[in-house]
Design a protein around this ligand. Structure first.
Ligand code: GRF
Length: 198
């Protein structure tokens, strides 16, 4: 199953997906990496010979034009699924309706707790004792789509956002790659609120 990965940051999750895809009997391969800015993820993907598509919002007249270009460029690769791995832009209606129930995201908190771009810091600031990671389908909301898998990460008293996020990422790398492999092999069933892998 061809997969397009979208990233904006250091690309550790993307790299974990590339590692699994490189395996002989992997049920998915990464056919392209799409980024919205120059980032470490783009460098790592290019170094591994993966197509990199860079679409900067500022290069387009407005967000709708950017979303249309994003939709067309991703559709050109004929992906079975799209994985957003630290992609720091909200996907527009055109993209979401083109790839309905085929966009998989990893969020570094136990949704519905601590959605949004600062989930790690928010859990820490709140004084939570356990946080974790959530793999879910992307819908029109922010981190509100049907949940596919979750895993806990204990917060220790001397954690900083950085130390906590690195521990969460270590769990994400395993959970996200496992879920993507399972979905690539068996698909996903959803009614828009709940989802499961047959
Ligand atoms: C991950 O923690 C992911 O859950 C969040 O952004 C981070 C991406 O990390 N959305 P990296 O850029 O793959 O290292």
């Amino acid at each position: 199953t061809p997969i397009v990965v979208m990233a904006s940051g250091t690309g550790s999750l993307m790299s974990a997906l590339l590692d699994v895809a490189a395996g002989d009997d992997s049920p998915f391969d990464v056919v392209a990496v799409v980024v919205d800015r120059d980032c470490r993820a783009a460098e790592l993907a290019a170094a591994r010979g993966v197509d990199v598509v860079t679409l900067r919002l500022r290069d387009f007249a407005d967000r709708a034009a950017w979303d249309q270009a994003l939709t067309e460029r991703v559709a050109d690769y004929g992906p079975g699924y799209i994985v957003t791995a630290g992609f720091m832009k909200i996907l527009g209606e055109q993209f979401l309706s083109r790839f309905t129930a085929r966009i998989i995201n990893s969020h570094p908190a136990l949704l519905p707790a601590f959605p949004g771009a600062h989930g790690v810091a928010d859990a820490l600031a709140y004084g939570a004792k356990v946080t974790g990671t959530t793999v879910h389908l992307v819908d029109a909301g922010v981190d509100t789509g049907p949940i596919l898998a979750q895993a806990p990460v204990v917060i220790s008293p001397d954690d900083t956002e950085t130390t906590l996020h690195e521990r969460i990422k270590a769990v994400e790398r395993v959970l996200l790659t496992d879920v993507v492999a399972a979905v690539a092999a068996r698909g996903v069933v959803t009614d828009g609120r709940k989802a499961y892998i047959p």
